[in-house]
Write a protein that binds this ligand. Sequence first.
Ligand code: ADP
Ligand code: ZN
Ligand code: ZN
Length: 742
Amino acid sequence: MYADIIIDIVHEAVDRMFLYRVPDELVKEAAVGQTVLVPFGKGNRVRQGYIVALKEEPDYEPEKIKDLIRICPNELEAQERLISLGLWMKEQYGSTMIQALKTVLPIRDKTSEEEEKTVRLLLSKEAAKEKIKEYEKKHNVAKARILNRLIHEPELSYPILRKEERISLSTLITMEKEGVLTVERERVFRNPVKNPEDGRGIHKLNQEQQLIYEEFVRDYERGIRKTYLLYGVTGSGKTEVYLSLIRKVVEAGRQVIVLIPEISLTYQTVNRFYTYFGDRVSFVNSRLSKGEKYDQFLRAQKGEIDIMIGPRSALFTPFPNLGLIIIDEEHEQAYKSETTPKYHARETAQKLASLSNASLVLGSATPSMESFTKARMGQYRLWVLQKRANQRALPTVSVVDLRKELQEGNRSMFSRLLKEAMEDRLKRKEQVMLFLNRRGFAGFISCRACGFVLKCPHCDVSLTYHRGGRMVCHYCGYERPIPKLCPECKSKYIAAFGVGTQKVEAALYKEFPEAKIMRMDMDTTRKKESYDKMLSSFSKGEADILVGTQMIVKGHDFSNVTLMGILAADLSLHAGDFRASEKTFQLLTQAAGRAGRGKRPGNVVIQTYQPDHYAILAASRQNYEEFYEQEMTFRRLLHYPPACEILVIFCTSRQEETGILALNMIADYLKKVYGPDTLRLIGPGEGAFPKINDMYRRVLYIKEENQDQILAVRKKVETYIQTEEIFSQVHLYFDRNPMGIY
Ligand code: ADP
Ligand code: ZN
Ligand code: ZN
């Protein structure tokens, strides 16, 4: 028997399959996806690899074929289906085979597992003190030291104990056997409270929902597999529909993957699935160690669970008989991978569904331009939920022109309308959310006398003001105190410009001294669980006003929030990204959807400097289709996805000239191969952040209507860059239909 092996080296030159002979004694163990050791190259160095195919006949000169050395035991067998998916991803998005395989195959990682351990004291303080005396008598100083520390901090992470108390894991394990403490691998949501009394997950479907469910069942039972786009306003009961579809598929003996953006994977959401499906559900998120994730995948393979919930990587759960994939909030940017292969979970799910004979359901209140276009063209079946499920009205929205406020003498960051509405809510003991699309205290630092802006010397982006007079680079972390005098003109008019959540918080304390205020942004939620804690504390009414960035507008259900203030709606319009309007519209619509989820009706106040922008107008009318039409006109006119495909060739280099030369050569090469005017080339030019971490960044865009053509272009470039020495001095990345800016 022979095996095609992919060697575990990220290097273009070995980016192909190598044929090996499987010795007779290994034939029984050999299976696609197994990890193997093989002799590789001239020196026959032992390398790790993966079996991607097995065959009886060699398609290579038999005398040149080497033998496999060993097959490594691996509990988790890689499925051929996932390997095909990996190879498809390589083709679509551009990567080496090994990068693609490593994306789809779960790989155990011993080191990260250790990092996640938590040590917990099991004894009372008194008992622990007794135990310390006992240890000291026996000269067990290390054990005594641990207990002394745990008496003050009954819960400690293992890496801290190891570093600060120099304790080995084996000492902890003997103490665990003595019943003194436990060593736990942390699992968030491990014991979700199962309380079906909260009334969720047990509703009878309303008529709109029921029709959708019935259509799905009809298709499913006839073996018809489709992609469905469930477009339903916030609170229309999409999750309720998912639950019924999942139950149907699970009852038919198949399994389900549910993708939810990491940021919405809160206790609330996960618990809703637990109440419905109990122990048959598992979830993964980025906070799990690789080992824990591997364990969950193992459970899936063994048939211990039916449903896996998680962010985009949950797609690679090795279920034996996948029947349905659901992608909630399908428009979310997080579904695009930022590392090579830069795959989009939506497209990848569609491929996986077809490889598995499964159905795919995409859901959103603001579908992506891509998906809505496909639904319009009939490639996806469109399902619409028009009403909020619980008879709650959609909130009323007012738009305030901030330019007018200023003209009329209001210099505060709260318009008069918003301020009145807030006063009113505080009086009625209802809650308010304020959304600001920014991070940190304020924007950049500039000189009002000469206009000089302080930038990071390594990244060439503006430094950001942080509390305590510091300025910080958000890309590389460079940090300095703000100078007293302008470095350029020596004036003293150097100060922070713009608004951030801290500044809003400070202004709120001034305007509403009685109110309890809570702030949520990257800085206040950095600690592992503080994000969930803050949300639950706010939902219990422990604060009157919640100020925050994007993270407060994603799918949380606060029934006492009746006012949502959007402080500067247009900030995200200037992101320098062709999706800026789409993102703004989505954020505003989602933010608006937060108000009035309970019994009392909600109001939304959108403050903006551009009240006439179509994204803001459409969001204020909560009219998705109006937005879609206008945006699509723009995309068609300027050849942006989904009207066109875009390939990004992105280059980073230590020397600026090398990067310039490398991309110019690619551009010239493409002009030569395709003729001067066939391809739409943009650039090469500087990236939006020309230099980060001392690396120069350049970018070349190629726009092309035909998807096959864009794949062909990428492959040509991949081959071309093997031929010239200069490309080994730069890093090149491919990104098809990018989500962010380069
Ligand atoms: P979405 O996922 O579209 O935001 P949800 O499924 O979370 O909507 O539903 C919004 C609210 O309406 C939830 O509180 C949910 O329990 C409730 N709900 C959904 N469907 C029904 C129904 N058929 N009957 C009663 N309440 C429902
Ligand atoms: Zn100056
Ligand atoms: Zn920097």
